[in-house]
Design a protein around this ligand. Structure first.
Ligand SMILES: Cc1cc2nc3c(=O)[nH]c(=O)nc-3n(C[C@H](O)[C@H](O)[C@H](O)COP(=O)(O)OP(=O)(O)OC[C@H]3O[C@@H](n4cnc5c(N)ncnc54)[C@H](O)[C@@H]3O)c2cc1C
Length: 388
């Protein structure tokens, strides 16, 4: 939800824009989706003087932007269009949006990629060299010096690479504040407003012979909005939205889990620390469960531990197999996980164990797992170094 005001930590208040009100009937641009992409598009378009209307069928950042780690990484990009986009994105977050960075916990903390074996280190060096040639700032770190950068890291790693340009934002805050800023420039945000079709000259529903005619607006249950431009920023659902216009857009969902600890002492983990094989897992189009060790602190003090990726459609239910593949997770870890009685999500057991539950409901620790979060995070980084 977007608020006009912020609390003392820069978080938007709970005041919300009209949710089911009739949207304006015209705009220069309709943005479908109030995630971080739609919010950024709304802000820059409003800044350019366009009359913008943002519609989302749910809440602000209620989609994937409410689940991501918020990394703005150049380190995990192979040379090519994705790296170019990442470099541009880094510049936008750091410069164009730099004055607002405090609102969304922008942190230029750097990424530390760790190679556990000489072979992995060779591959990392090769990638780093290619990235460096394209302007990426990357510094090789000998194995013996890694722990000076990250004291809880294993001392057994072969070496690593430091990417000072890697940064992080809190994506939910970023989406909410970008929309708040856009509203100050006249943008209108309508949540709980689903786009159910497009306006097209002559009717324009798929199959009625007008599917090739230009889109001139959107239909919602609360009214239509005419606009010469419509941006499909529906993220994972962009394919379904495109389908409303008779366009096939192969966007597929991929489920990932990230553990979020309770806030830990400052600098418990200083960088985004991840294993060299993370790049392959991120880039993989494999449907099978991918897991690679990633540990990082956040501006809010929580430590994020991950991560997994798997093609299971839109199924968001937690399941034990990914947990068993977690860095730092003991084998048979599923017994250490239990359902949160309050919201039904799964959280790690233990008094201060990592959790993906955002409720404050305390859980009882099963007898076999009481690892404190700090210890578990440390174990994760160490295991990364051993390549497990
Ligand atoms: C575990 C995990 C970790 C991640 N970590 C990172 C990371 O570190 N760095 C990074 O860059 N990316 C990361 N990502 C990916 C990142 O979160 C997403 O790419 C990003 O949030 C997508 O933003 P978006 O605005 O495109 O989509 P979303 O945030 O999903 O927003 C799309 C919106 O469209 C709305 N919508 C859908 N259909 C309609 C409709 N018919 N009408 C109206 N509204 C509709 C939805 O309600 C939703 O709010 C991660 C993802 C996951 C799952």
């Amino acid at each position: 939800m977007v608020g006009e005001t912020s609390d003392s930590r820069g978080r938007p208040s709970s005041t919300t824009p009209g949710t089911t009100e009739e949207p304006p009937s015209t705009a220069d641009l309709v943005v479908i989706g109030a995630g971080v992409v739609g919010a950024a598009a709304a802000w820059f378009s409003a800044l350019a003087g366009l009359r913008v209307v943002v519609v989302d069928r749910g809440a602000v950042a209620g989609g994937t932007s409410g689940a991501g780690e918020g990394n703005v990484l150049v380190s995990d990009k192979e040379p090519g269009p994705e790296l170019e986009l990442a470099q541009y994105s880094r510049q936008v977050w750091g410069e164009d949006l730099g004055a607002y960075g405090g609102l969304w916990e922008f942190e230029s903390k750097g990424g530390l990629v760790v190679a556990s074996t000489p072979t992995a280190l060779d591959a990392l060096r090769t990638l780093a060299e290619r990235q460096r040639a394209l302007g990426v700032d990357v510094q090789e770190v000998p194995g013996a010096e890694l722990h000076a950068l990250e004291p809880r890291l294993t001392r057994e790693a072969a070496g690593g690479a430091l990417y000072p340009q890697d940064a992080q934002v809190q994506p939910m805050l970023a989406a909410a504040h970008l929309l708040r800023l856009a509203r100050r420039r006249g943008a209108v945000v309508r949540t709980r407003t689903e786009v159910v079709g497009f306006l097209r000259p002559g009717g324009g529903r798929p199959g009625d012979g007008h599917a090739g005619s230009p889109v001139t607006g959107v239909r919602t249950p609360h009214g239509t909005i005419s606009a010469p431009a419509v941006l499909n920023a529906a993220g994972t659902w962009a394919g379904a939205v495109a389908g409303l216009a008779g366009v096939e857009l192969p966007v597929l969902p991929r489920r990932g889990f990230v553990l979020v600890t309770e806030p830990l002492p400052p600098a418990t983990v200083r960088h985004k620390v991840y294993a060299a094989d993370y790049v392959d897992a991120v880039a993989s189009s494999d449907a099978e469960l991918q897991a690679s060790p990633v540990v990082e602190g956040t501006g809010g003090g929580t430590v994020l531990i991950g991560s997994t990726r798997e093609r299971v459609g839109f199924d968001r239910r937690p399941s034990p197999p990914p947990y068993g593949r977690w860095p730092g997770a003991p084998s048979g870890c599923s017994r250490c996980w239990r359902r949160c009685g309050r919201c039904g999500c799964t959280r790690a057991s233990g008094r201060t164990a990592p959790t993906i539950c955002r409720s404050s409901a305390p859980t009882r620790a099963p007898p076999d797992c009481g690892t404190p979060a700090a210890t578990r995070a440390r174990a994760s980084v160490s295991r990364r170094g051993r390549g497990s």
